[in-house]
Design a protein around this ligand. Structure first.
Ligand SMILES: NC(=O)c1ccc[n+]([C@@H]2O[C@H](COP(=O)([O-])OP(=O)(O)OC[C@H]3O[C@@H](n4cnc5c(N)ncnc54)[C@H](OP(=O)(O)O)[C@@H]3O)[C@@H](O)[C@H]2O)c1
Length: 350
């Protein structure tokens, strides 16, 4: 009998769900017990209901599993990874939490609720402390923990060490976001090939509000948002995986590019100190070449869990600017969520 914690993946057939399945298939702490999808797919073998789109072993070896409905009335593991769309998550995730499961959600439904941790383990592990109050006030024996929108996740990985060292006052971020960020089939290829679309519904607002919560101070039972002005301009580009972001920041004390580089290079946050299984050795990989980071060359390194930063230089408007790259469906979704669960395990929340 395995000592691993039994887990359920909600939305296992989707773009993020498949990445959960591949990550969890051989995980040292967790073991997949249940895979769910919509009622259209429930009752079918995973391999018959799911168009597998990842490298490696098809269906991560679980093609013969029978998909279950996403209704918590069915059996579920005590840890639930949710790759459901936001509207469905809003309805189902609280039902799992009420029934005793700890839900690690990718959806936007509960991210900005004051009692719900919005978590990137390198950035704000102490925000896990919100869980206790959430359980008390909502009367849940389980709970909901969220990871941020993918664009925000990779941005705050760069901002967190700078905020700790200097204080971030203002951020201007222009993104070039991969097609996979819209799920499957996402934006039609006829609309996206050879094109740039300067609109992603809801994205800019999410980056602006989630960043302030993530960089906020945990004060006993609540998070006081950081007074950081954030302006985001988001674009969809014909790239498969990996969001590129052009970032300008105003930092207190106006540090030089060399000081910024030193701080980013020296950053060794909690998951790396704890040696969590999904934590990359380097949370930030710094690039010296003037034409890096690049999606095709860099984004899959470290299983997509590192954030890549290059071209750190003076910005005549805000002080410092750089280019950033991160994996939207790994670090920005499934990998980030699994790392949250690993942190929760070490912190005694599971
Ligand atoms: N893609 C990204 O880069 C990214 C990054 C961060 C966060 N997210 C978030 O992660 C979540 C999933 O995104 P995705 O891109 O993986 O979406 P997706 O590819 O559209 O997958 C959606 C999943 O939900 C299931 N589903 C659909 N309707 C359902 C229903 N009524 N009841 C139960 N299950 C249902 C689908 O099952 P069937 O196959 O049976 O339809 C499928 O497994 C979203 O909340 C998204 O915002 C995505």
């Amino acid at each position: 009998m395995s000592n691993k914690i039994q887990v359920t993946v909600l939305g296992a057939t989707g773009a993020v769900g498949q990445r959960f399945v591949r990550r969890l298939a051989n995980h040292p702490l967790f073991q997949i017990a249940h895979l769910t999808a919509s009622d259209r797919s429930a009752g079918k073998h995973y391999q018959d209901a799911c168009e597998w789109r990842l490298d490696g072993e098809p269906f991560a070896g679980l093609g013969a599993c029978i998909l279950e409905t996403s209704d918590p009335g069915a059996a579920f593991g005590p840890v639930v990874f949710s790759a459901l769309d936001t509207d469905i998550a809003r309805e189902l995730e609280p039902a799992y939490a009420r029934a005793g499961a700890l839900v690690f959600s990718n959806a936007a439904a509960f991210r900005m609720e004051p009692d719900v941790p919005l978590l990137v383990p390198e950035v704000n592990p102490e925000h896990l402390g919100l869980l206790e109050g959430q359980r008390k006030t909502r009367g849940w024996s389980g709970g909901i923990l969220t990871n941020p929108n993918c664009t925000t996740t990779v941005l705050v990985m760069a901002l967190a060490p700078l905020h700790a060292a200097f204080g971030v006052e203002a951020v201007l971020m222009t993104s070039m976001q991969a097609a996979s960020g819209a799920g499957y089939p996402g934006v039609s290829s006829l609309d996206l090939m050879g094109n740039v679309i300067p609109f992603i519904k809801g994205e800019e607002g999410k980056v602006e509000v989630e960043t302030a919560k993530l960089l906020g101070q945990f004060e006993g039972s609540r998070v006081v948002e950081a007074p950081v002005a954030v302006s985001a301009l988001c674009h969809r580009v014909p790239v498969l995986e990996g969001h590129t972001e052009a970032v300008s920041v105003r930092l207190k004390g106006d540090p030089s590019p060399e000081q910024v580089r030193e701080v980013l290079a020296a950053w060794k946050p909690e998951p790396q100190r704890l040696g969590l299984p999904s934590a990359p050795a380097l949370p930030i990989r710094l690039h010296e070449a003037e034409n890096r980071p690049q999606v095709r060359r860099d984004v899959e390194l470290d299983g997509g869990m590192s954030v890549h930063i290059g071209r750190i230089r003076r910005c005549p408007v805000l002080g410092i600017k750089f280019s950033l790259l991160g994996h939207n469906t790994e670090r920005g979704a499934a990998g980030g969520s699994v790392l949250n669960a690993e942190l929760a395990k070490v912190y005694g929340c599971l």
